[in-house]
Design a protein around this ligand. Structure first.
Ligand SMILES: Cc1ncc(COP(=O)(O)O)c(C=O)c1O
Length: 414
């Protein structure tokens, strides 16, 4: 049996091999900038490079202020920051040290303005990742929030909002399912949520770099990761927030910022308010290159390439004894390409999925991902709990030949 090694159809997990411009950017950064306390003060080349990354990311999503971009270690930290940051309110009274008499004992009880629990009602879709589910659950478990999981349709959202008398409501939606690839009707649901005075958060982990993600009028916050569609380094990502929302969001992670250091409280200005600790400058720097590369090629061109491959995959795999699992198929009888990212879930009969994945890997060098993909409610909604599915996810660097190889392999195994 002739084998092609290292065919990566697990792009939804992480991008895989890095493009040359990312590798070069990382190399340049290490050689030229790593001695700088980047992000801490001005005047060093590294700090400018990080600012350029803010500008590039803001440009990519159409946000007018680059200071609305704060970097994190990835979408998980971003979502924790957004979810936990809304659990409390009333914190904007920084208390500075009185250092004139050399006093070192500061009773923290002298704080006048204490944060108060906001007890929000958090609504999120059945397609959310555990990076949403678990932080929300954590709040609910501590009595700090109520929550509801809905199908992402208007009727369900109305019911969820009407069923709660919480003063603050939050809607969190995954831009596209990391399991089935269906794009959610974000704008329709966010428009309704905004009319109800709710806060709106979108998780673009699976879409940034694949589709045209924009900070719309009805979006308060975006959580993104660097290591998937942006093809950046693992451990990079961020939040992108509007000004008013940034003011409302309380601090969840506190520490040194190199600014306002004479205060107990985090600085209240962006992006310092949400960037405690030494940043992952290498990862952040490469994200700037990633965003500029996407702009240079054009997101429409990237999408066209990816979806042409996806359609090819769909056509070929439909000839095999596999079941394609998709909310589109359940609702419309077929996958709607314009509402899909290049992620496909399948199940097979009489072949354990983990065995199939390991046979594909060992005998054909083809990588897929099986199981629940950290999104249990997505599987509950499609009846694939607890076994999960086999996920085949593409990027524009995959080829038709690789798809042919996958089809040949599946044809031989099934
Ligand atoms: C939809 C979604 N949200 C959040 C995450 C978490 O992203 P990160 O790896 O950056 O923490 C993932 C990662 O798989 C994801 O697919």
């Amino acid at each position: 049996m002739d084998t092609i090694k290292n065919i990566n159809f697990n792009r939804a997990a992480t991008s895989g091999e890095k493009p040359e411009y990312i590798i070069n950017a990382a190399k340049n950064y290490i050689e030229e900038n790593s001695f700088n306390q980047v992000g801490r003060g001005s005047g060093c080349g590294g700090a400018e490079a990080i600012l350029e990354t803010r500008i590039a990311i803001a440009d990519l999503v159409g946000l007018d202020s680059p200071m609305g971009v704060a970097f994190t270690s990835g979408a998980t930290e971003s979502l924790n920051m957004l979810i936990n940051g809304l659990a409390y309110k009333g914190v904007d009274n920084p208390l500075t040290f009185d250092y004139t008499n050399g006093q070192t004992n500061y009773p923290l009880e002298m704080l006048e303005n204490r944060a108060i629990p906001a007890h929000p009602h958090i609504v999120f879709s059945c397609y959310e990742h555990n990076a949403v589910i678990r932080p929300v659950y954590n709040l609910v478990q501590r009595g700090l929030a109520t929550a509801e999981i809905i199908h992402p349709d208007l009727e369900s959202l109305k019911n969820a909002f009407n069923g709660s008398d919480a003063e603050e409501k939050i809607l969190i939606l995954n831009n596209a399912s990391n399991v089935f690839g269906n794009i959610l009707p974000i704008e329709e649901l966010f428009a309704y949520a905004k009319k109800q005075g709710a806060y709106t958060i979108v998780d673009v982990s699976q879409t940034l770099g694949h589709i045209d993600v924009k900070m719309s009028a009805n979006t308060d916050a975006i959580a993104f990761t660097g290591h998937k569609g942006l093809k950046g380094l693992q451990g990079s990502g961020g939040i992108i927030v509007k000004k008013d929302f940034a003011k409302r969001l309380s601090i969840w992670k506190a520490g040194g910022t190199g600014s306002g250091s004479d205060s107990f409280e985090m600085p209240l200005f962006m992006p310092d308010k949400f960037e405690a600790g030494t940043p992952n400058n290498l990862g952040i720097y490469t994200l700037g290159e990633a965003a500029r590369a996407i702009q240079a090629k054009g997101i429409d061109a990237i999408r066209q390439e990816e979806m042409a491959l996806f359609e090819y995959l769909l056509e070929k795999i439909s000839t095999l004894p596999v079941t394609i699992v998709s909310p589109h198929i359940e609702k419309h009888g077929k996958i709607l390409i314009e509402e899909q990212i290049p992620v496909l879930s399948i199940t097979v009969e009489d072949y354990d999925l983990s065995l199939l994945a390991s046979d594909l890997s060992r005998d054909y060098g083809i990588q897929t991902r099986i199981g629940l993909h950290c999104a249990p409610f997505a599987h509950i909604s499609m009846g694939t709990m607890p076994q999960g599915t086999m996920r085949i996810s593409l990027s524009s660097t995959n080829t038709k030949e690789e798809i042919d190889e996958l089809i040949r392999a599946l044809g031989e195994l099934l």
